[in-house]
Design a protein around this ligand. Structure first.
Ligand code: PMP
Length: 341
């Protein structure tokens, strides 16, 4: 167990903050009149959602075998990233460390909170160079380290991730948005060993609920309570909470869809590797491929002409386009277009 005092890492104003009491504890009543929240007595969705996400956290708790008190639910994991930065980073004082390239929202939210964003450049295989990591944290003492594994947009997982957690005195956020597609172990099992660790997961990717906006944070209870202190009262709506509860009752369906995506990923990989216009297909543990093209501009504009949207917003990795695995029909269409380039 690492000896890190979380209280010393939290912004003082946040420690002093009293949460806005927005939950209705009616568990001791049988059939109470609900006249406390200025809601309408009419309509199907007239009641506010449960701000503490009790049922959902209990369901996830049973599914993951982790205490419900160690789970926080956000309006997508995006919201959780924003809240974590606000809890720990003093504006204009603290900095965050991100790998480069990685998911852009860490830097985006840090910039909004006026925190410097330090970049740890990945090597040509998109790996972290340990020595560079140790140097940059020694020199700058960033407050939060964001590790994305599998990493967006590169697709690879971080090797020896515990090394970075062990060697960092601030908060380590391991973003596992794509973990279900990977054979790597989740870091969730480390949260009781490292009190400064927060693991993020989401229902947007493998669970197929991007439209519902539900993300999950796993950590020690103290950090989870801080998230519940600073979050907006009704951050996850009734429909979304119910949708996730339903999904968690149909795990077989989730497994089948996941297996289909993994099969399609294999098929796509084989097809892509044979194509003339491609110089490299990077290995992936996620549901997307980062692909280096001989002429990425031409490929990208051909995609646009064919009404296929892909992502090439990565100035650090020129000539690369990120393409996610679609349905069989979509993947076949993509490959046919690429064959004619
Ligand atoms: N983390 C990573 C690495 C992502 O790629 C994404 C979505 N693109 C998110 C977090 C945000 O996910 P959510 O839909 O849960 O906000």
């Amino acid at each position: 167990m690492t000896t890190i005092n979380i209280q010393n890492l939290v912004r003082k104003n946040i420690l002093e903050l009293k949460p806005y009491i927005s939950f209705r504890d009616n568990s001791q009543f049988e059939n109470p009149l609900l006249m406390d929240a200025n809601e309408s007595p009419f309509g199907e969705f007239n009641r506010y959602p449960d701000s503490t996400h009790r049922n959902l956290r209990e369901k996830i708790s049973a599914f993951k075998n982790i205490s419900a008190n160690q789970i926080a639910i956000g309006n997508g994991s995006d919201e959780l990233i924003d809240l974590i930065i606000k809890i720990f980073c003093k504006p204009k004082k603290d900095s965050v460390l991100v790998t480069n390239p990685s998911f852009a929202m860490y830097g985006f939210y840090a910039s909004i909170n006026e925190n410097e964003v330090l970049q740890l450049n990945l090597n040509d295989n998109f790996e972290i160079v340990k020595e560079e990591f140790l140097n940059i944290i020694k020199e700058n003492q960033p407050k939060i380290l964001f590790l994305c594994s599998p990493n967006n947009p590169t697709g690879n997982s971080i090797d020896d991730i515990e090394f970075y957690i062990q060697n960092f005195d601030g908060i380590v956020v391991v973003d596992e948005a794509y973990i279900e597609f990977s054979e790597q172990k989740s870091c969730i099992e480390l949260i009781n060993e490292y009190p400064n660790l927060i693991v993020l997961q989401t229902f947007s990717k493998a669970w197929g609920l991007a439209g519902a906006r539900v993300g999950t944070a796993f950590s020690i209870e103290e950090i989870i309570n801080l998230i519940y202190t600073v979050k907006s009262p009704y951050n996850v709506n009734v429909l979304s909470q119910n949708l996730v509860l339903e999904k968690l009752n149909q795990v077989e369906n989730f497994q089948n869809n996941l297996n289909d995506i993994l099969k399609e990923r294999d098929w796509l990989k084989n097809q892509l590797e044979d194509l003339e216009c491609i110089s490299k297909v990077f290995p992936t543990d996620a549901n997307f491929f980062l692909i280096e093209f001989k002429n990425a501009e031409r490929v990208y504009s051909t995609f646009i002409e064919c009404e296929i949207l892909t992502s090439k917003r990565f100035p650090q990795i020129p000539n690369c386009i990120r393409i996610n695995v679609g349905s069989k029909k979509e993947n076949e269409k993509l490959i046919n277009i690429l064959k004619n380039i």
